[in-house]
Design a binder for this molecule. Structure first.
Ligand SMILES: CC(C)(COP(=O)(O)OP(=O)(O)OC[C@H]1O[C@@H](n2cnc3c(N)ncnc32)[C@H](O)[C@@H]1OP(=O)(O)O)[C@@H](O)C(=O)NCCC(=O)NCCS
Length: 326
């Protein structure tokens, strides 16, 4: 028997209506780290470009940090919890697999009965979450969706591992996706390299993150810029139209290498590049919204700027899209 399944009315486009972020208060400098592991400020600055990072306290969680970022994003969008139909959290550092972070974030913010689930695409997670949210709004399945990237990497990094503990940190960023008369979030360019599943991993609940640092570095500095180029193509824009490159803040040398390749491919030499890694560290799926929101606060990003975002990390997986800055 053939049935006709109804679909909701669609909307012409989607946009990010608001952004927010949360960084824990505890600032950890390179000199602080050097008190516990054999490292030094000059080595860390030259290899990964980080001067300081933020560590959460023992009572802060993926959900509590995500809720703080989400609250700020809602306020920025001028919306209330009652306006939100779905919550999507990108995270790869949840303290326990259930319940998922989105339901706790919804509870903390007073968002009643939303569609709610988490996405784990490691450091690419925010771009994946944004794409799913945009599709949900565009297809008429939700009016407004709260997308959160929240990570407590310090739960999963061995403080004595001097390669990883210098890089990773904690924090959360969030965006509210809403309907728009014109398209302001481009199609996603996504993919993964399933031959590199063991390049970054956590073996089990009693283990810390392991990564082959040099393999990740080589991959990120060669394979990721072409993904961002593809995202610009998918959106039908020239790279010269991009005002801001917002890469996942993995490591300053990776960020600079990707930006250089994008400039060679046609981005303007004066394109603004998010370099939030320097004072925030690598916060995985939270890094793109934190970086962009902090650029707005510093006056380095304005409403209407064309942003090219690209996330990449464990999987190995990657995703990129163009969107207009709120
Ligand atoms: C992690 C990373 C900084 C390590 O740098 P590296 O040059 O590859 O370091 P290696 O592990 O090869 O070690 C090189 C030397 O530096 C030393 N070293 C490593 N970490 C150090 C630290 N924090 N301080 C001082 N020395 C350190 C090593 O012991 C080694 O010394 P040796 O030559 O005497 O044995 C680098 O591989 C990197 O940035 N990779 C990308 C990681 C990343 O961005 N991941 C995020 C993905 S989302």
């Amino acid at each position: 028997m053939t049935v006709h399944i109804a679909t909701p009315p669609t909307v012409p486009g989607t946009r990010i209506a608001g952004l927010g972020h949360y960084r824990p208060d505890n600032v950890v400098t390179n000199d602080d780290l050097a008190q516990h592991i054999e490292t030094n400020d000059a080595w860390i600055r030259s290899r990964v470009g980080i001067e300081e990072r933020r560590y959460s306290s023992s009572d802060e969680t993926v959900a509590s940090m995500g809720a703080s970022a989400g609250r700020a994003a809602l306020a920025d969008a001028g919306l209330t919890p009652a306006d939100i139909d779905a919550v999507i959290t990108a995270t790869c550092t949840l303290e326990a697999p259930i319940p998922h972070a989105s339901t706790r974030i919804a509870a903390a913010l007073g968002i009643h009965a939303p569609g709610s689930f988490d996405v784990n695409a490691a450091c690419a997670g925010f771009c994946y979450g944004l794409a799913v949210a945009s599709q949900a709004v565009r297809s008429g399945n939700a009016r407004n969706v709260l997308v959160v990237g929240s990570e407590k990497l310090t739960s999963w990094v061995d403080p004595k591992d001097r390669a990883n503990s210098i890089i990773f940190a904690d924090g959360a960023g969030a965006a509210v996706v809403t309907a728009s008369d014109t398209e302001q979030i481009g199609p996603i360019a996504w993919g993964s390299d399933e031959t590199q599943t063991e390049t970054i991993y956590i073996a089990d609940r009693n283990s810390f993150v392991y990564q082959e640092g040099q393999s990740v570095f080589r991959w990120a500095t060669t394979a990721i810029a072409p993904v961002a180029v593809q995202a610009a193509k998918n959106a039908g824009i020239d790279l010269a139209d991009v005002d801001i490159i917002a890469c996942h803040q993995a490591n300053l040398r990776i960020v600079e290498a990707i930006a250089k390749r994008l400039i060679t491919a046609g981005a303007r030499p004066d394109v603004r590049v998010a370099r939030d890694i320097v004072t925030t560290g690598n916060t995985s799926s939270a890094s793109i919204p934190i970086a962009l929101d902090r650029m707005r606060a510093a006056g380095e990003a304005q409403r209407g700027d064309v942003v090219l975002a690209v996330g990449f990390g464990a999987g190995l997986t990657y995703a990129s899209q163009v969107f207009v800055c709120p």
